[in-house]
Each structure stands twice: as C-alpha cells, then as structure tokens.
Design a protein around this ligand. Sequence first.
Ligand code: SF4
Length: 216
Amino acid sequence: MPEKKKDKSEQALRILSLLGREYPEAGCHLEFENPFQLLISTLLAAQCTDDRVNAVMTPLYKRYKTPSDFLKLTPAELEIELRSINFYRNKTKSVLSCCKTLIEKFDGEVPRTMNALTLLAGVGRKTANVVLGNCFGEPAIMTDTHLIRVSTRLGLTSSEKPEKIEADLKEIIPEEKQVQYSHLIGQHGRTICKPRKPLCMECLINHLCPSRGKFE
Ligand code: SF4
C-alpha cells in the first residue's frame, strides 16, 4: 500500500477504535427481520428518514411478508400505504417491480451478490451494500448521506461520487471492518458531525480530523 494510503488506513483504524467505544450499540437504523424487509426498506429510505420508513413499514410487514404478498396489492393500493414516504409513487413502482423480479429470477429469495442485487428495480450499490453487509456478513461500505459527509470531512476520501467514495474507503479499511465503519461513522454523523453545524468541540476524534473548526 502506498505511504499516503497507509497513513489514511491508520487514521481510519484509530477513528474506528475510538468510535467503537463511544457507540457500542451502533448498527442499522432500519428495522427488519429478514433480508427481504431490509431490501424494501432501504429502497424506500432514499431521500427519506429511516424513522419514517420504520413507522410505515414495520406494521406493513406484519400484513405483507413476502414478495408475493406485496404483488397482491395494486399500485394504487400500495401507493396509499406508502403515501407518507417521499417519492412514494416512483417507489411504489420500484417495490412492485423488485418483488416481481425476485419471484421470476430468484425464487422469491433475496440474492447474495452485488451483481444480482443491482438487477432489481430501484436497487443501486448503496442499497445492495446495506443488504450484503447487514444480512449476509459481506464486506460493505454503505454510502449513505452521513457516511459520505463524515468520511469527506475526515479527509478519508476527496471524491463526490458515491461509487468512488466506496472504492476509496475499501482501499484503506480492512474488509472485516467495513460494516463496522459504516455503522460507526453513520452514528457519529447523526449525533456529532451533523450536516450544518458539526459539534467539533465535543467530537472525540477531532484530533484526527482535518476539518475540525472549519464550521465555526
Ligand atoms: S472534528 Fe468536526 S468535522 Fe471533524 S469529525 Fe468531528 S465533528 Fe465532524
């Protein structure tokens, strides 16, 4: 590994060690009981809060448990169920199309590879990584808005494109720590490194951050 990358890797590992002690419970904020539920909820969480998706979907999953169950709903019926989620009309189409493909191509099961997952409607690398990392124990960098913001401020990536950010981070974070990194950085972004006013003075990794104080 080139020297500069080695430095970043060491910086990332020190950050992980400190955040790991601060947020021992950090994990996925979407509620789910199986890969299918996490797949659908992640798809719905784009440009919407996890809390809103949980509030809508946790009760809905009690009534509709499988892709076939969802396909019993007409688009108009599902739109009504999802109407408090941003962009619910387009997302309704994606959910139904995703369920159809799951049945037609994967026997109703959620596939376990990036290539297969991204064949599903509405599923990009971010959603696929959330499922692979949380459900199947695969190495995964989950490039949600918090991870992108905090990783950039920490100087661990300088790219703006999620795919490049994912690739940059995969180069410096060992595979077995990538899911943990995603959860810890996400938690730090929610509680301290907030979008508009990061709380740099209270931040326990501020000595490792090149952006410390830039927002005052
Ligand atoms: S020092 Fe400030 S910008 Fe850097 S990680 Fe902490 S809160 Fe975010």
